[in-house]
Design a protein around this ligand. Structure first.
Ligand code: GLP
Length: 245
């Protein structure tokens, strides 16, 4: 496990964007696993800046979303499909149709999950971006998710709905269910890049890095992966035992 701690958030974001740019530039067919959430937004902004300067192209990149809300209208600004389009896709040269997510409005959701899981697995993610929830979730794999889980419909934890309420006009509007890639699906990515910032993530980060591997803390399953990089600010890293650094 590779852990880097940054004094400044700007340096963290820049380093994450360096790794992503290098990946999409050098991989013959760059398959990116895309996360949403507040942590990722400045990283996408940084990548757009580099693209505008002609420093990076996404024309050979495809991307797979980690998760999607269930039954949020397709036109809603907070579907992750719309979020990634607004914050990243429409600003760069990624080819139309190259960023894909699960359909949270599919009439047969279980079949959609199976189909998406197969699609992600067949494409083979080369670099997977991940945030981490306060409760240790990755994607929307909430506490209780097994390390081998596949893409499926999940019920969101109340803590997650509370955290994501800031993106909606009222807390009641946050969907109760989502489709998420499973932990097993995520672990099939070649390299995993986890980004966390802030004191509110410190306990989850400590448990993910140095706690027991347990479904109670979904991110702890990342210890089973051989190529994981944590990019943390000093606050998110503040509870990690020194021996683990
Ligand atoms: C969200 C997303 C995750 C994200 C995490 C952290 O609910 N489903 O993919 O990584 O929770 O979000 P944030 O970066 O806003 O703290």
């Amino acid at each position: 496990m590779n852990i880097t701690v940054f004094d400044s958030r700007a340096a963290l974001v820049d380093h994450a964007a360096d790794l992503i740019s290098e990946f999409v530039t050098t991989a013959p067919a760059a398959v990116l696993g895309l996360a949403t959430g507040g942590t990722m937004m400045p990283i996408y902004e940084n990548l757009i800046g580099r693209h505008n300067l002609g420093l990076v192209s996404f024309s050979r990149t495809s991307g797979f979303l980690l998760d999607e809300y269930v039954a949020l209208p397709r036109s809603h600004s907070q579907t992750y499909r719309n979020v990634i389009h607004r914050l990243f896709e429409r600003h760069v040269d990624v080819l139309p149709g190259s960023i894909i997510g699960p359909d949270g409005n599919a009439s047969a959701l279980a079949a959609e999950c199976e189909r998406y899981d197969r699609q992600v697995s067949e494409a083979g993610v080369g670099l997977q971006l991940l945030g981490i929830g306060r409760n240790g979730h990755i994607g929307f794999n909430e506490p209780g998710a097994s390390p081998g889980s596949r893409t499926r419909v999940v019920t969101l934890a109340q803590a997650t709905r509370d955290d994501n309420a800031r993106f909606f006009t009222s807390p009641q509007q946050v969907p109760t269910q989502a489709i998420t890639q499973g932990i097993g699906t995520i672990r099939a990515g070649k390299r995993l890049l986890i980004v966390a910032q802030g004191t509110h993530k410190a306990a989850a980060v400590r448990a993910a890095i140095s706690g027991p591997i347990t479904p109670a803390l979904p991110a702890s399953a990342l210890q089973l992966h051989s190529n994981v990089t944590f990019l943390l600010d000093t606050k998110a890293a503040s509870s990690i035992p020194p021996a683990a650094l």
